[in-house]
Design a protein around this ligand. Structure first.
Ligand code: BTN
Length: 255
């Protein structure tokens, strides 16, 4: 086992990603995991805050993959898979992945992944894969309207140690198979709420309707508009679910 062969357990921290980065810069080997009970400065994608009260699982993994840049972005997008699998195994309910990096259950966001890459001289040096899961979180402590707690949704307390073990096992399995060239795209499709679905893309004031087709080699979401054009959305875009299972890109350009 590579992911989790060394686990550093912390109480309240600023951000486990920040700690992992500092350790990686000091030479901490690949696979080390940092967990915390709370975060005062939890970060989400695109500069958002990740609310991190007591009861959640907050962890970061140091990875040093020797892979081309395109594979690193795909790794980032697919990293929701082991999180969704762990939730399914422990909660006995099937979550959905909202491209690119959200995990949802019953329409609520219950987990997210933030992968940060550290470069030197234009070359990636290491990655920090940060995972946040609202496990036994009191929903009253989550202010974001889209956020949900697994305990509240599943109606029971979840054994945190068991969940952590399952999650680390799934992350390790995913990472070792990814490095061998296995891509799990069929599995991703099973969990995806964007692929094969009607979507609406917002381009400034314009909206484009279409259908999510597939993930590109670098994890971009390729979709076909109703008038037959094929677009490619990179992971800087957000997908927001609409009624009837539709999704829409919230901001940014699609090219
Ligand atoms: C997102 O949904 O935007 C990604 C959220 C990622 C949150 C995790 S919690 C552990 C790690 N430390 C952080 O500051 N962020 C990630």
């Amino acid at each position: 086992m590579l992911v989790g062969r060394r686990v550093l357990v912390k109480g309240e921290v600023d951000s486990t990603n920040t700690i992992a980065k500092a350790l990686a810069l000091e030479g901490e080997p690949e696979g080390t995991v940092i967990t915390a009970t709370r975060q005062s400065g939890g970060r989400g994608r695109t500069g958002r805050i990740w609310e991190s009260p007591e009861g959640g699982v907050y962890l970061s993994v140091i990875l040093r993959p020797d892979l081309p840049a395109q594979d690193l972005t795909l790794l980032t997008v697919l990293s929701c898979l082991p999180v969704a699998q762990a939730i399914e195994e422990v909660c006995r309910a099937v979550p959905r992945i909202k491209w690119p990096n959200d995990v949802k259950l019953e329409g609520k966001k219950v987990a997210g992944v933030l992968v940060e890459t550290c470069y030197r001289g234009g070359e990636p040096r290491f990655l920090v894969m940060g995972v946040g899961v609202n496990l036994n979180t009191d929903p009253a402590t989550l202010t974001a309207p889209e956020a949900g707690s697994l305990r509240a949704i599943c109606g029971k307390d979840i054994d945190q140690e068991h969940f952590l073990n399952v999650l680390l096992f799934k992350l390790d399995d995913f990472y070792s198979r990814f490095k061998k060239g296995e891509r799990d795209l069929d599995l991703y499709e099973r969990y995806s709420e964007s692929l094969g679905q009607d979507i609406e893309v917002r381009l400034g004031d314009q909206k484009v309707r279409g259908k999510g087709m597939y993930l590109d080699a670098d994890g971009s979401l390729v979709f076909r508009s109703d008038d037959g054009m094929v677009y490619r959305a990179t992971s800087v875009h957000d997908v927001v679910p609409l009624d009837r299972g539709q999704v829409r890109f919230e901001t940014g350009n699609v090219h």
